[in-house]
Design a protein around this ligand. Structure first.
Ligand code: COI
Length: 356
């Protein structure tokens, strides 16, 4: 049969199991879109329920120019990953957590959302249909991007009359161009990412457009990304544009508490649990920017970035470096446990992975 048909789990033409890999260069994947075979689409009218989702060939979608998402930013996204194990089976990491976060975000953005079961089933179907794009073990992962958007037409400001849930996937490697080498951050002290009572705590698309200006300026100066401070006191750490932050001092790691202005990261939450299971004390609290000065290590967490060591942070022209070339000892240990769990290399005592 054709290559595309064989991408299905059971090939409809030759009914063989698809075990082949897409014919691409698997070494040195970065974090860019590689078009894959299928995407998942499911629609719902305002006040109704999502139903009859289906796979379609990956490609452009049609939207009314007056769609809620295009005009008023009524949209959410999620991000999760699938890893290929040595035995060829595929592991998802905590997909029901993404489903729950999308439901919380949808409530804030006045959108209906798929149920947890619908979300997880749709993720599984999409990954299996694109199985040949899941990188070989050790070469990266399949990044899964669910979207929820107001796709119906509105002109006056109001929730859209129709919603679309969509999932597409792309094989990815390291997020930062530094690879696994430490990143260099700059603290932004004028622009803010989120406000109390705003939408900083949900994964709405506008949160990410709002950080582009500071991020572009930082990148132009050679920094990897921007670290945001709270907008009230302009003093407490919040998050980086694309990930959460942790500060290590002795045997204690501290991270900004979830209070509505930072994204409740699933990697953040998992790292906290892994750290505690390793006997490391974790504090979720207000973390003043001054604590960066005498930290032993700083690292970031996120689905896309996984665990990324921070090599230096610049704040108001002063640069603090964290004395190691690569990972600090604590970040290395946490990274190692988390990724081995995600790739099925150690026993999943937490029951976090879902095998396909
Ligand atoms: C993720 O880590 O999955 C995210 O959604 C961050 C995004 C900016 C790539």
């Amino acid at each position: 049969g054709s290559y595309l048909f064989c991408a299905l789990t059971k090939c409809v033409e030759c009914s063989s199991e698809a075990s082949e890999l897409a014919d691409i260069e698997w070494d040195n994947l970065g974090f860019g879109l590689l078009p894959t075979d299928y995407m998942y689409m499911m629609k719902c009218s305002q006040g109704g329920n999502f139903s009859k989702g289906e796979l379609q060939r990956f490609g452009n979608i049609e939207l009314n120019p007056s769609a809620g998402v295009l005009n008023y930013g009524q949209g959410l996204f999620e991000g999760l990953k699938a890893y290929r194990k040595e035995d060829g089976n595929i592991l998802l990491f905590r997909p029901e957590e993404n489903a729950l976060r999308m439901r919380q975000g949808a409530e804030r953005m006045c959108m209906p959302a798929p149920t947890v079961d619908q979300f997880v089933e749709a993720v599984k179907e999409t990954v299996l249909a694109n199985k040949r794009w899941v990188p070989p073990p050790g070469k990266g992962s399949l990044y899964i991007r669910p979207l929820l958007m107001g796709s119906g037409a509105v002109l006056g400001l109001a929730p859209a009359p129709e919603y679309t849930f969509l999932i597409y996937v792309s094989p990815v490697g390291n997020y930062f161009k530094e690879g696994v080498a430490p990143i260099n951050l700059i603290v932004e002290h004028e622009l803010h990412r989120a406000t109390p009572g705003g939408t900083g705590g949900v994964k709405t698309i506008g949160n990410y457009a709002a950080v582009l200006k500071a991020q572009s300026a930082a990148k132009a100066k050679g920094y990897s990304d921007v670290l945001y401070l709270d907008c009230v006191h302009k003093k407490y750490l919040e998050e980086v544009s694309s990930c959460n932050i942790f500060v290590v001092k002795g045997n204690v790691i501290s991270t900004p508490a979830i209070k509505g202005t930072i994204l409740p990261g699933i990697t953040r939450k998992s790292i906290i649990d892994v750290a505690r299971s390793q006997g490391i004390q974790v504090e979720e609290r207000f973390v003043p920017v001054d604590e960066l000065l005498d930290a032993d290590e700083v690292f970031c967490t996120g689905t896309a970035v996984v665990v990324s060591p921070v090599g230096s942070i610049t704040y108001k022209g002063k640069r603090v470096s964290y004395g190691v070339d690569g990972f600090g000892a604590v970040a290395q240990q946490l990274y190692s446990v988390l990724t081995r769990l995600q790739m099925g290399l150690i026993d999943d005592k937490m029951n976090w992975t879902v095998e396909l």
